[in-house]
Ligand binder design. Structure first.
Ligand code: COA
Length: 225
């Protein structure tokens, strides 16, 4: 069997005490140079460092993230978080959407434009998403999905998502939610919302022009478990 066969992929639960540095390094150095949003904005690993560190810190407080290995090499991960106290929202995000990120970017939480813009975009995209899962008591959030560019297109991402679903079920989550430019077709996700990337603006100017993966929308996807 070739190394590239997804059958050779081993999935393990991330343990902060063992894998923190590995995940942090891959996320900052590799993800920042291959994910559509940072690439579209020409972000450097240094630009994304603070913001991405916060995501690693938040997700690795729980043992629900997954690493994919081929042999000794880590080739991808899913950074996840289980929310046990979902807030309620009866505000329809479609009606409340404000693509003007000027003010949020100006707060300069992350010290540079690409990180500020991506953080503001992610926050606006997920605002009040609880509207779509009004009865949720516990949900699973797949925050970041990453596969090494040399190993993409072989089903490793799909395997990671499948494992997320297993963990969500094991933890009795009622929904799995994720936001991505790519649409997940394989697992029965429902796309509840699509936001054109052209809708995000700073000083009336579009922030993202063409995403390198050709995706035109950010999708909010929900899987009922
Ligand atoms: C997107 C990426 C993870 C795909 O990896 P891959 O191993 O080639 O993936 P596969 O061929 O197994 O396909 C993965 C599936 O997950 C989907 N997917 C991508 N992001 C997803 C997310 N956040 N949640 C659920 N599914 C997602 C893909 O569209 C694809 O869908 P399908 O097979 O159901 O149609 C990889 O190219 C990558 O890491 N890209 C850079 C980072 C990025 O864009 N991550 C996604 C946003 S956080």
């Amino acid at each position: 069997m070739e190394e590239s066969d997804p059958e050779n992929v081993t999935l393990i639960t991330a343990d902060a005490s063992k894998h923190y540095d590995l995940i942090y390094k891959m996320f900052v150095e590799k993800f920042s140079q291959s994910a559509p949003m940072p690439v579209a904005l020409g972000a450097t690993p240094e630009d994304m460092d603070k913001f991405f560190k916060q995501i690693v810190d938040n997700t690795l407080t729980q043992n629900n993230s997954i690493l994919a290995y081929i042999g000794e090499k880590c080739v991808g991960f899913a950074l996840n978080f289980i929310e046990t106290e979902p807030k309620k929202s009866n505000i329809n995000p479609e009606e409340d959407f404000d693509g003007d990120l000027t003010e949020e970017i100006a707060k300069n939480h992350w010290g540079n434009f690409p990180a500020n813009a991506i953080a503001a975009m992610m926050s606006e995209s997920s605002k009040n998403f609880e509207y779509y899962i009004p009865d949720s008591k516990k949900f699973f959030k797949l925050r970041i999905l990453y596969v090494d560019p040399e190993q993409t297109g072989k089903g490793i991402g799909t395997k990671l998502v499948a494992k997320c679903i297993v963990i969500a079920k094991m933890n009795e989550c009622d929904h799995l939610i994720t936001i991505a430019a790519a649409a997940a077709s394989a697992h029965g996700f429902k796309v509840v919302r699509e936001i054109p990337v052209s809708a995000y603006k700073q000083n009336e100017k579009q922030i993202f022009s063409n995403l390198p993966d050709g995706c035109k929308n950010v999708k909010l996807m929900i899987l009922k478990i």
